[in-house]
Design a binder for this molecule. Structure first.
Ligand SMILES: C[S@@+](CC[C@H](N)C(=O)[O-])C[C@H]1O[C@@H](n2cnc3c(N)ncnc32)[C@H](O)[C@@H]1O
Length: 250
């Protein structure tokens, strides 16, 4: 590896997420991190907008976007390598990553904090490595908790969902998105919230699974379909439709 290649984040998954979160839009589908943050900021207008938590923040784009409206934002992800991207943008003022064009051909990309418009708000964003299913107690007192495309990647989603209300202020919002792509590789089947038939052969869908665990503490305010496109190469893309569910703490 040459020195020049070395300064770029070369891990394939981190680069793919950088490109997804900080790269160009495709097929007219808005940037997912920005779109989700816009929804969240709109709902959060009804709160004091002091602090927000972006759980499973990956490379941090939505955390920065939330800081356009919140006084302080915490981004947490299980992956230290993902979180490092947000930290680099905040502390170094730029990120570099490789966008796959085709085969072994890659394009070096750079995004700066100035061009993204985060220079004045970056100090209000912090990033931590952490586990949504086993979060330290001091991560609490939020007006908004957003977890986009996280729940179907958790090893035990109920550990997160059963106690998330304790981390929110009264009247605060929990915003979840998920395409409900349950896979045993991430979540043992007996721990899926939905996406299966019960013993009587009835469909158990994931929104019903969410209602079962969240309605004791939350009102379900709305659902929205939010599409996203993850580029794999210059000519191959994953197009997915996530379901956003908006929950207000009683
Ligand atoms: C499908 S990605 C979604 C990333 C981002 N929120 C988005 O919408 O683009 C799932 C993210 O959840 C993170 N993750 C998986 N398990 C986690 C856990 N137990 N605690 C916190 N983050 C977790 C992964 O590292 C990954 O960044």
């Amino acid at each position: 590896m040459t020195i020049e290649e070395n300064v770029y984040e070369s891990d394939a998954l981190v680069s793919q997420y950088c490109n997804f979160q900080y790269g160009e839009e495709h097929f007219g589908v808005p940037n997912f991190a920005i779109r989700c943050a816009e929804f969240a900021l709109e709902y959060a207008k009804k709160t004091p907008m002091k602090s927000a938590l972006d759980l499973g923040c990956a490379t941090g784009r939505a955390s920065f976007e939330l800081a356009r409206g919140f006084e302080s934002v915490t981004g947490i992800d299980f992956s230290a390598r993902f979180v490092q991207v947000g930290l680099d943008l905040k502390n170094e003022g730029e990120i570099r990553y490789q966008r796959v064009v085709e085969g072994e051909i890659v394009h070096q990309e750079t995004r700066t904090i100035d061009e993204l418009g985060y220079s004045d708000i970056a100090d209000n964003v912090e990033f931590w490595q952490g586990d949504a299913c086993n979060l330290r107690a001091h991560f609490s007192g939020y007006d908004l908790i957003m977890a986009t495309n996280l729940i179907d990647r958790l090893y035990e989603p109920l550990l997160f969902l059963e106690e998330v209300h304790l981390r929110l202020n009264k009247g605060g919002y929990l915003i979840l998105t998920s395409p409900y792509t349950w896979l045993e590789e991430y979540t043992k089947k007996e721990l899926w919230l939905g996406g299966y038939y019960d013993e009587a052969g009835h469909v158990v869908d994931s929104l019903d699974g969410l209602k079962k665990v969240l309605l004791p503490h939350f009102e379900l305010v709305a659902t929205h379909d939010v599409p996203f496109v993850i580029p794999e190469t210059a000519r191959k893309f994953q197009h997915t439709i996530s379901q956003m569910s908006v929950w207000k703490k009683k």
